[in-house]
Design a binder for this molecule. Structure first.
Ligand code: HEM
Length: 249
C-alpha cells in the first residue's frame, strides 16, 4: 500500500469508516488504506506525515487503538477496522461535537445539524476561534447532560483533547476558517489550503489547558455563552436511528 496523497473520495461499499473525522479523512485520501482496515504503523505514519502530529503523539493514539480493537488480518498482521472505533465507552464517548450520543443513535457518521450548530458558534461567520471551540465543548456537555443524564470525566477529557487536536491541525493565523472546518468535518477531506504544521506535546497540552480555562471559569465568555445556548432546544434532526447510516428519520 503506497501512502500517497490522492484525490479524496468518499468510501465505496465495503470500505469502513468510523467516528473519527481525521482517520476517515486519511482513508478517503489514501494516506490510510481506503478499506479502513489499518495497522498501527500505518496510523502513525499517516497521522505524522499528513496531519503533522509528532510521532510520539500518533504512536500513543495508534497503540491505544491496536490494544482495544486490533484483530489479526488476512496475512496475520494486527489490523484495526476504523468502523470498530464506534464501540461506546472505549474511545467513543458522549458529548461529541458532531456525533450524537450512542444511546440515542449511530455515533459513527457526522450529524449535520450538530455540525451546523458547531459552525454556527462562529462570532464573525468566517472563523472558529479557540474560544468558540471551548463554547462548543461545554454546550455539547450541557446538551448531553439534559434530563439528569451525566457525562463522564473520561468523555469530557477525550472531547477536550479532540477539540484541541482539531484546533491545532486546522488553524491558520490562530483561527479555523469555516469552509475548511466544514470540509474536514462534513466531507472528511482536507481543504486545498491545508498547511501541515509540526504539532508536538507542548503546543497540544497548552491548547488543551486554554480550553479548560475558557470552558470552566464561571466568568469566562465561553462558559456564559454555552450556558445561555444550552437553555435553548438542542438541534432538531438528531439523533439518528441506529443503522440509518447517518440519515435523519
Ligand atoms: C490512532 C489515532 C486516532 C484514533 C484511534 C482516534 C479515534 C477517535 C474516536 C474513536 C473518536 C470518536 C470520539 C467521539 O466523538 O465519540 C474520535 C473523534 C475525533 N477525532 Fe480521532 N482518533 C485518532 C486520531 C485523530 C487525529 C490525528 C485527529 C486530528 C485532527 C483526530 C481528531 C478527532 C476529532 C476532532 C474528533 C471529534 C469528533 C466530534 O467530536 O464530533 N483524531 N477519534
Amino acid at each position: 500500500m503506497t501512502m500517497n496523497a490522492e484525490k479524496a473520495t468518499a468510501p465505496s461499499a465495503g470500505e469502513h469508516r468510523g467516528p473519527c473525522p481525521a482517520l476517515n479523512t486519511l482513508a478517503n485520501e489514501g494516506y490510510l488504506p481506503r478499506s479502513g482496515l489499518v495497522t498501527g504503523d500505518q496510523l502513525v505514519k499517516a497521522i505524522n506525515e499528513r496531519l503533522g502530529l509528532a510521532t510520539s503523539i500518533a504512536r500513543i493514539l495508534a497503540d491505544a487503538a491496536v490494544k482495544d480493537f486490533g484483530k489479526p488480518g488476512e496475512n496475520g498482521e494486527i489490523i484495526v477496522n476504523l468502523a470498530d472505533l464506534v464501540k461506546h465507552g472505549v474511545i467513543e464517548h458522549d458529548a461529541s461535537l458532531t456525533r450524537p450520543d450512542s444511546r440515542d443513535g449511530d455515533a459513527g457518521p457526522v450529524c449535520p445539524p450538530l455540525l451546523d450548530q458547531l459552525l454556527g458558534l462562529s462570532r464573525d461567520s468566517k472563523t472558529l476561534t479557540l474560544e468558540d471551540l471551548a463554547t462548543a465543548h461545554q454546550l455539547r456537555i450541557a446538551q448531553s447532560s439534559a434530563g439528569g443524564r451525566s457525562v463522564s470525566i473520561k468523555a469530557k477529557a477525550l472531547g477536550l483533547f479532540e477539540a484541541a487536536i482539531l484546533y491545532e491541525v486546522l488553524r491558520r493565523d490562530g483561527e479555523i476558517a469555516i469552509p475548511e472546518a466544514r470540509e474536514f468535518l462534513g466531507k472528511e477531506q482536507l481543504p486545498a489550503a491545508f498547511v501541515r504544521k509540526e504539532i508536538g506535546w507542548g503546543v497540544l497540552l497548552t491548547t488543551a489547558a486554554k480550553l479548560v480555562a475558557m470552558g470552566n471559569s464561571p466568568f469566562s465568555a465561553a462558559k456564559r455563552r454555552a450556558d445561555e445556548l444550552a437553555a435553548k432546544p438542542a438541534p432538531a434532526g438528531c439523533p439518528y436511528p441506529h443503522g440509518s447510516g447517518g440519515k435523519p428519520s
